[in-house]
Design a protein around this ligand. Structure first.
Ligand code: ZN
Length: 261
């Protein structure tokens, strides 16, 4: 099993370096596949040893070898966390039957989408339609497949209900605040998370989002990095909470119910 974890970590970091490229080129409206990887400053093509996820950043001391401009910390961080998330998926969803494998594939793919949504919203305060719509479509497809294969349509309805409730919840706040507290992008993320988690687990995600969000907002205010009124994108909190829910949602729910019931 340990070898499998290592392999999935390496696989994840490679996918992570691709996701970094996706985020960058999505913003610049460039093709992801056409151009080979290059330094964003001096456009120099990268050699093979500059393309090793996580490791290259530290070998080059975070700088381009030619123009010596700093390389963003975003690159090794996204690569590392993609690797970590891939390993956690294997650890927590280690079912290698046919259905299990389909589930693992779905989780790997949807995680990539969530990571791109996280980074993109964190950097640009935006949710890209080119990312969110395919993710919603894939989740809808998977929920339909799951319902058909297990003959349990309650799964499907739970997802649709989740998407409606979460989407509606954010729509409400967008309308009330006239788009000041939350944006249309958050409604779309809400719909996606509803489809992924269904109605029950959704509340864990929502609770975590505002719990973690409030703590981070407080820390930023204490550090005087942000004022109370300044804008903090919600997407990173939503997607971050989604990953915590994915791996530890059941524990959290048990713990929560144990305290109050
Ligand atoms: Zn350069």
């Amino acid at each position: 099993m340990f070898i499998l974890y290592i392999l999935f970590f390496i696989f994840g970091t490679i996918v992570g370096s691709f996701l970094n490229v996706v985020v960058l080129r999505l913003k610049k409206n460039k093709s992801v596949i056409k151009n080979p990887s290059h330094c964003p400053h001096c456009k120099r093509k990268l050699r093979w040893f500059e393309l090793i996820p996580v490791v290259s950043f530290f070998i080059q001391k975070g700088k381009c070898r030619r123009c010596h401009k700093k390389i963003s910390w975003q690159y090794p961080i996204v690569e590392f966390f993609t690797g970590l998330i891939f390993v956690l998926i294997i650890v927590y969803f280690a079912d290698f039957s046919f259905y299990g494998l389909v589930n693992i594939c779905y989780l790997l793919v949807i995680s990539c989408f969530l990571i791109v949504i996280f980074v993109y919203d964190f950097k640009y305060y935006l949710v890209s339609d080119k990312i969110i719509y395919p993710a919603i479509f894939i989740s809808l497809l998977y929920d339909t497949y799951l319902a058909l294969i297990t003959n349990q349509f309650s799964i499907f309805f739970s997802s649709i209900l989740g998407a409606t409730v979460m989407g509606g919840f954010f729509l409400f706040w967008v309308l009330v605040s006239k788009g000041k507290w939350m944006g249309v992008g958050d409604i779309k993320i809400g719909i996606l998370l509803g489809l992924i988690f269904g109605i029950y687990q959704l509340f864990t995600t929502l609770f975590l989002t505002f719990f973690v969000g409030a703590i981070v907002a407080l820390i930023l205010m204490v550090l005087k990095k942000k004022k109370l009124k300044s804008e903090i994108p919600l997407g990173p909190f939503l997607t971050g909470a989604a990953f915590i829910t994915l791996f530890w949602g059941n524990y959290l729910l048990d713990w929560y119910l144990n305290i109050f019931i």
